[in-house]
Design a binder for this molecule. Structure first.
Ligand code: B12
Ligand code: SF4
Length: 445
């Protein structure tokens, strides 16, 4: 069986390859600044799915943004496939549908999974032969069986209970030119017990927290080290360090490996000195933490417990960074209690706390989330064009400012920290959220 594993290109500036490389060329003088921070990451979802096919399957990993434009036609449609698998976030959905139409015309069955299809399966089902909702590990076998019998169903819904300890390793060997990616994604855990209003994870992965065996993670790291000359590991788990005992045991094993790595986690790491020391010793280059907002009122809609912690943010950031572990604060702007003063408040907070890195996003009501349903019922959704669902556009009516103020405000924030945003806006017409901002580089009031 010959299978196409397709990661369609994204909309607008989200392209990871050609557009960003073009910007790098234009901004020669800032090349070291953004060169460091631009993320080129292979698609872990597809590489995980690849591990679930029988060993004799001929798998083609086709990440459109990394295929030269004049070769796309040949690579995607130059030969017949027995199955075309698609993944994608919201801004990749339309391109997936466009490509699927061509495969279906040629008699190739199509299936789509991932964030967009899991959030809004009914839409995806209009363009695909089958839609897969949730994580692949526990039920993809059923798809393969049905495909063999010619009885592919329209919907497959994973119970999201897959035992990560027996999940196959991602197939990085399938990625052409792996060395050109500057971040290699892995996960050690999956799931988050919470259910924040704006978050798409409860839908895709359910709410139970699961872990891989430590040996399994180390083996995945070792495999990548054989394929990439100097891998930088980017752990993509929702909250990798949530279980502190597991986290300490895992990170301790990283110390002798001599790797550079980063992860997403929550502020509770600040309460665990042993873990902080291990993070520093193991060369953890960044902890990325969703601080979300500085206004506890906003958190009432997100997760009230998060609101109670806001006053501790400065002390937490200081403590984590005192161990030599850089802290990235990720903020969402446009929540219901945010007025136009929010941008200055965030700017001041970042300067006062000395956050090493920061990322700002415009609140985005991703389809399938509780936030989308609420704003829809309040008649506040302005656009359902998924190409705009990049966290850089105001797709809803904010409560205390205009959509234009929201878009201008976030751009102002970026430009305060780097001066780059203005240049990129000129080139691309929007805020550069793909570039995380490093504070030490340029600040200006
Ligand atoms: C790595 C990453 C990236 C990489 C992408 C690399 C790549 N080559 O695609 C980079 C940095 C480039 C990136 C960019 C963006 N990202 Co991003 N990214 C992530 C991140 C951190 C990890 C994704 C991951 O690897 N997960 C682990 C894998 C194993 O899970 P998975 O992909 O869901 O796959 C599983 C299932 O979904 C399922 N599955 C997936 N596909 C398929 C297909 C089939 C056929 C089947 C059966 C099953 C199946 O099985 C898999 C195994 O269980 C997530 C956050 C997160 N923790 O998930 C955000 C996230 C996916 N990104 C997001 C966004 C918004 C973006 C951007 C739009 C940001 C921006 N402003 O530009 C861009 C869009 C890129 C584009 N091309 O358009 C959102 C998506 C929201 C949504 N509902 O669409 C997320 C969820 C972050 C968030 N909390 O909002 N991102
Ligand atoms: S935003 Fe973070 S804490 Fe909230 S549900 Fe999503 S992953 Fe969990």
């Amino acid at each position: 069986m010959k299978v196409a594993l397709i990661i369609p290109r994204g909309a607008e500036r989200n392209t990871q390859d050609l557009t960003i490389r073009e910007i790098l060329d234009v901004l020669q003088e800032d090349i070291t600044l953004i060169g460091d921070d631009t993320e080129f990451v292979p698609n872990l979802g597809m590489l995980t799915l690849a591990g679930l096919f029988p060993g004799d399957t001929e798998l083609h990993y086709l990440e459109e943004e990394y295929i030269p434009v004049d070769e796309v036609e040949e690579k995607l449609f130059g030969e017949h496939f027995d199955l075309a698998c698609f993944t994608g976030y919201n801004p990749q959905a339309y391109r997936a549908y466009e490509l699927a139409a061509r495969y279906r015309e040629a008699g190739t069955p199509t299936i789509m999974g991932g964030m967009h299809a899991s959030g809004i399966p009914e839409e995806a089902a209009r363009f695909m032969d089958a839609v897969y909702i949730g994580e692949a590990e526990d039920s993809f076998r059923e798809v393969l069986e049905d495909l063999g019998k010619g009885t592919l169903k329209k919907f497959y819904r994973s119970p999201n209970r897959s035992e990560l300890t027996v999940s196959p390793a991602p197939r990085f060997d399938l990625v052409p030119n792996l060395e050109m990616y500057n971040k290699i994604p892995l996960i050690a855990t999956r799931g988050c017990p919470f259910s924040c209003e704006f978050c798409c994870f409860p839908n895709t992965y359910g709410r139970s927290f699961r872990k891989k065996n430590i040996d399994q993670v180390i083996e995945e790291i070792e495999t990548v080290k054989k394929l990439h000359p100097r891998p930088y590991f980017s752990f993509s788990d929702e909250n990798m360090l949530a279980d502190h005992r597991y986290a300490r045991d895992l990170v301790r094993e990283f110390v002798p490996l001599g790797i550079d790595w980063e992860c997403y986690c929550d502020i509770s790491i600040a309460d665990d000195d042993e873990l902080l020391k291990l993070l520093a010793d193991s060369n953890c280059r960044l902890v990325q933490v969703g601080l979300e907002t500085l206004d506890p009122e906003n958190m009432k809609d997100v997760e009230p417990w998060k609101g109670e912690r806001i006053k501790r943010y400065p002390e937490i950031i200081k403590k984590v960074q005192s161990y030599g572990v850089p802290f990235m604060g990720m903020f969402i702007v446009g929540m219901d209690y945010d007025d136009p003063g929010v941008f200055r408040r965030l700017f001041g907070f970042v300067l006062d706390t000395g956050l090493a890195e920061m990322d700002f996003a415009i609140l985005t009501p991703m389809p399938g989330t509780k936030l989308f349903s609420r704003l829809k019922s309040e008649d506040r959704i302005l656009s359902e064009d998924w190409n705009r669902y990049t966290w850089t556009h105001a797709n809803f009516k904010p409560a205390k400012m205009t959509p234009e103020e929201l878009e201008r405000g976030i751009l102002w924030l970026f430009s305060r920290f780097t001066g780059l945003a203005a240049k990129i806006k000129k080139k691309q017409g929007c805020a550069p959220l793909q570039f995380h901002v490093k504070q030490q580089l340029e600040t200006g009031a």
